[in-house]
Design a protein around this ligand. Structure first.
Ligand code: G
Ligand code: G
Ligand code: NA
Length: 253
């Protein structure tokens, strides 16, 4: 642990905030949603990304409460600016998806705010399937999916059993990890072949394929040519506390 923060007091003071990063249609470059990314705006350490404070949350056993706060902040954003956001993607942990009432709780919060289930996309990594509670997590994901919540499988291809998990999980979207996108315009290394295969696999299974970490026009064009539908990255917009000044988002497909 790099520092001990009083995460509990920080939560009360509103130091945990969401930054939003646009997700666009690669064919038209039009907005179709955002991903909510957690930041801790600390008075002494400044603005921190989760990799810097994740250990603190574990040490102070406050991870689950922070995640619930993240969902609530995300739903408030949707309630206030839903017409400008489109579908809002929120990162979920396995702890948040375990237990008999996890999905019901999320659906209740959506209903409480008068939001359609389809306005939320739950992002998970395949790591959730390595959790002891994977049966319960799977049941909750099915319930969310059946209710119309979008489920996205993040960092796809970086785990050790991606294909097994892709078959088991009720997934609507797969997100190509940015490490693959970064290598796509190098001639050697075979990254291009891997990305082509992931897009083919995803589309063959009827999933929407999202590429993360797109930084250059060449990467965006290449991914679009390969049939990847959605994209996210600094090229289209950095994570920001503000929404883009743009027209209303279009449907994701
Ligand atoms: O921009 P970025 O540094 O936010 O994200 C770093 C990592 O932290 C990413 O892998 C991202 O998925 C993860 N992350 C961002 N926001 C959240 C969140 O609200 N909850 C969880 N569990 N992870 C998050
Ligand atoms: O793992 P997760 O998908 O949630 O990824 C989000 C992370 O990727 C965040 O840390 C975010 O700041 C970072 N990110 C978003 N777009 C880009 C990009 O174009 N390039 C790089 N290097 N990182 C990005
Ligand atoms: Na994510």
């Amino acid at each position: 642990v790099e520092f001990t923060g009083d995460a509990d007091a920080a939560l009360e003071r509103g130091e945990f905030q969401l930054y939003l990063q646009p997700i666009v249609s690669l064919a038209t470059e039009s907005l179709c949603g955002y991903e909510a990314l957690l930041r801790w705006n600390h008075p002494r350490h400044g603005l921190m990304t989760p990799d810097r404070f994740a250990d603190v949350l574990v040490a102070e056993r406050i991870g689950l409460r922070i995640q619930e706060h993240v969902l609530e902040l995300a739903l408030l954003q949707l309630r206030e600016h839903g017409d400008r956001i489109g579908v809002l993607s929120v990162n979920f942990t396995s702890a948040q998806l375990a237990g008999p009432r996890a999905a019901k709780r999320v659906l209740d919060r959506l209903a409480h705010h008068g939001l359609p289930a389809s306005s939320l996309c739950v992002e998970i990594t395949e790591g959730v399937m390595l959790d002891r509670a994977s049966d319960s997590i799977l049941a909750n994901l099915r319930m969310l999916h059946d209710a119309g919540v979008c489920i996205a499988l993040d960092d796809f291809g970086t785990g050790y059993a991606s294909l097994v998990h892709l078959r088991q999980l009720p997934v609507d979207r797969i997100k190509i990890d940015r490490s693959f996108v970064a290598g796509i315009d190098q001639a050697n290394g075979g990254t291009m072949a891997i990305v082509r295969a992931i897009v083919g696999l995803g589309r063959g299974l009827g999933k929407v394929v999202v590429a993360e970490g797109i930084e250059t026009e060449a990467q965006g064009l290449r991914l679009r040519q390969l049939g990847c539908q959605l994209g996210q990255g600094y090229l289209y917009g950095r994570p920001s506390p503000r929404l883009l000044q743009s027209d209303a988002p279009s449907a994701a497909e």
